[in-house]
Write a protein that binds this ligand. Structure first.
Ligand code: NAD
Ligand code: WQD
Length: 358
């Protein structure tokens, strides 16, 4: 039997790639997105890549009535919740907007999931929950540090909400018939992404940043394309081999595959506990300068850069210990950094024809 998976935020960067991989793995997919940071072009891209007329509903996940209609229309085995705002700096300026959207949408989704007997929910969390870890690479057991932005706090809060909902649905399940609105036990997986980069190899979907990119890879790509004159490298005096900050850049297609195995694990009943957390990264630290050099190789273009002061709030180094995802999910990143950077360059060249989200 084909299972149907709800993908909220499925018109966005990671959600659209995940929709493609889910369909490839034999799932039916329904995309819900309010297009606040995306366009219909991504949905069309998913349809073209897969040859499937994926259902799309333009709706806001904070809208309980709209979510109720969606859950009434389809019988979801699982949901993946990508829908969120993600700009760290903007979240400091507009905390209520971020909490309302990121936390409010997740609560609305979970209320529907428990009421409709969905098997489980996969949540898009982030390595940002670790802050600057005391030891590297960072494992899932590393403590979460106090969040330095409402965005980061929203990820920690949503992880806790998912954990608590899973625990309570278990209690309710054992007291079935109590009229508490839980159709059955809910399971959950939080995936903590490191730094997602790259694009689908078809060139049909990828990241579409609004305005000046805040994340490094779209900025590098736009600099290589001549749209920006130079990259500002934030900090050259870190205690790292070349003085620039270290991150774990995970290919978006690899990341998308991790969601497929997470959904399969939930539906197949293979979890060790009903709420689980996994790091999703490569396990490989890459410096800003290595990324620049790698992009120059992949694109054949120069990326002029200038080293400036550190960016406020940045951590020096963070990369994943991915052994839990490998042993439990059977998932590991497969793409080389060169391949990922080539895909980002191909996307940069084709994306210039696409409208950006306003
Ligand atoms: P994105 O902005 O491309 O995708 C998010 C999508 O959700 C967008 O299409 C947007 O229109 C939609 N959306 C936002 N609020 C909504 C709402 N209330 N109702 C319906 N749709 C809504 O971002 P992304 O990079 O694909 O990120 C997906 C998820 O992964 C987010 O939760 C993000 O916080 C998380 N994440 C992203 C990164 C990253 O660096 N890209 C890293 C870690 C975690
Ligand atoms: C990477 C490195 C910068 C831009 C952010 C969020 C995090 C997660 C992923 C969602 C850093 C340097 C950057 C530039 C630069 N998102 N840089 N010049 O900061 O690791 O993580 O996105 O969950 O929550 O905080 O990613 O791509 O912004 O930066 O030198 O113009 O590149 O200082 O060392 P970051 P990033």
């Amino acid at each position: 039997m084909k299972h149907t998976v709800l993908v909220t935020g499925g018109a966005g960067y990671i959600g659209s790639h995940t929709a493609v991989e889910l369909i490839g793995a034999g799932f039916d997919v329904v995309i819900v997105d309010n297009l606040s940071n995306s366009t219909l072009a991504a949905v069309e891209g998913v349809r073209r890549i897969t040859g499937v007329e994926v259902p799309f509903v333009e709706a806001d996940c904070t809208d309980a009535a709209a979510m109720g209609e969606i859950f009434g229309r389809w019988n979801f085995a699982a949901a993946i919740h990508f829908a969120a705002f993600k700009a760290v700096g903007e979240s400091i300026e507009r905390p209520l907007m971020y909490y309302r959207n990121n936390v409010g949408s997740f609560i609305a989704l979970l209320e529907m999931a428990v009421a409709h007997g969905v098997e489980g929910v996969v949540f898009s969390s982030s390595a940002t929950v670790y802050g600057q870890p005391d030891a590297l690479p960072v494992t899932e057991l590393s403590p979460r540090k106090p969040a330095t932005s409402p965005y980061g706090a929203s990820k920690q809060i949503c992880e806790d909400i998912l954990r608590d909902t899973v625990i309570s649905s278990d209690l309710r399940g054992r007291n079935a018939g109590g009229g508490l609105g839980y159709a059955k036990k809910l399971r959950g997986i939080a995936l903590r992404y490191f730094n997602p980069v790259g694009a689908h190899r078809s060139g049909l979907i990828g990241e579409l940043p609004r305005g000046v990119p805040g994340n490094i890879l779209p900025f590098i790509a736009q600099t290589a394309a001549g749209i920006r004159s130079e990259l500002l490298v934030f900090g050259g005096d870190y205690a790292t081999p070349d003085g620039t900050a270290l991150r774990d850049y995970i290919d978006v297609v690899d990341l998308a595959r991790a969601h497929v195995v997470a959904v399969q694990r939930i539906i197949g009943g293979g979890q060790r506990s009903d709420y689980e957390v996994f790091n999703i990264g490569t396990g490989r630290p890459v410096s800003v300068l290595e990324l620049v050099r790698g992009f120059e190789r992949a694109s054949g273009e120069r990326v002029p850069f200038r080293i400036v002061d550190r960016r406020a709030g940045d951590v020096e180094a963070v990369w994943a210990d991915t052994s839990l995802a490998a042993s439990e999910l059977g998932w590991r990143s497969e793409c080389s950094l060169d391949e990922t950077l080539s895909s980002a360059w191909a996307w940069q060249k084709s994306a210039s024809d696409l409208p950006n989200p306003s």
